[in-house]
Write a protein that binds this ligand. Sequence first.
Ligand code: PFF
Length: 453
Amino acid sequence: MSDPIPSRDSFGSKFGVIAAAAGSAVGLGNIWRFPYVAGENGGGAFLLTYIIFIALIGVSVMLAEFIIGRKAQRNALGSFKKLSPGTPWYLVGLMGIVAAFVILAFYSAVAGWTLEYTANSITNSFQGKSPDQIDNMFDTFIAHPWRPLMWQGLFLIATAWIVWAGVKRGIERYAKILMPLLFILIIALAIRSVTLDGAMKGITFLFKPDFSKLSGGSILEALGQAFFSLSIGMGALITYGSYINKKENLSSSAIQVTITDAIVAILAGVAIFPAVFALGGNPGSGPGLVFETLPKIFMAMPGGYFFAILFFVLLAVAALTSSISVLEVVVAYVSEELNIKRHKATVLSTIAIAIPGVIAVMSWGATSEWTLFGMHTFDFLDWISANVLLPLGGLLIVIYTGWMLKTKEVKEELSSQGKYKVILFPVFNFIIKFLAPVAIAIVFLNSIGVLNL
Ligand code: PFF
């Protein structure tokens, strides 16, 4: 068993906790991944399923992670070791660390794309191009031999830089300023998009559910997207939970973070789909969707030149506040469990993550021939993290909290030792003990064909 860690860093204020956790949740998952996955899975029916999963399961998994982390005051793996010594539960933490590698590998690739698009905005490269040319620009860029790699490297260095600086002075400080700014900008984009001629089709696509378009696979995609977007299922929020002050109200933080996250995803959908239908594009065009659609909106709006720069910078920042939470999972583990100093742990972890990262970023170039289950590396890592690792991790986390921790202990942590009333405790207890485990298991087994509903 590990020794007590002498002095751990922590978040400085309630707003700091929410900004950091919302910073983790709100990211490329909302603005890049949500629209493309919703677009591939029929729009409205997907959105509805996604919201149901967030409300019914997501908040509770988030709370369960906060409870484990704050109770144990350890990293994702160390928390299980401390709370249930001598049991195999630490493997859940280990799986989270594997998930962190998988996610950061492709996430840093997409974050790098946002940097290229920032540069493109500054040099006014979208100006005068036809919609087709804008689409081609993206395809040519991701297949370029070194540009995506260069941006990915830069992004990983920035991520490591903030994690190096620690929780209060790094993570919390940046999140507090930049997240509100992004929120405002996305609203401006949504307004521009819905006022385009022909926008209505996009609104209908996003908000009118057509359940004939929903397959077992789409339901798993909605669950996976909910987990990915909320940063749950891999211990990122166990790690952040361990930095939350014992006096903070965990339930209200989890609810606020969840609502913020869902709103940003919906706003991203409102910004993207009307423009896809009005300005030409295909909602099912995959990971390139946002990069092909947004430049078209910018060109169609007054001041688009400046908005484009601001938007891509903020998107990169949103990616950064998320990627630091992923890297923090690994760094907290390496420094606390392997007794390596935090700074050295940061450098080693970043280098290790860069290896799968490089393979992923070259999926349209040098590694395009490498496939797993018919997908190239990038698509495979994207798919397996959201649809397998996170739901499985979330399943084990709720089972652990519901069945391994004593109900009294859970209630005590949730109420901050009786400081807050937790009126909805029976609901939470029912969800983590029964509803969430059963629902996750059914969705999962159904989509891999074991069940056939
Ligand atoms: N929630 C982040 C996003 O939506 O972009 C991605 C993410 C961060 C996933 C942290 C998982 C995680 F642990």
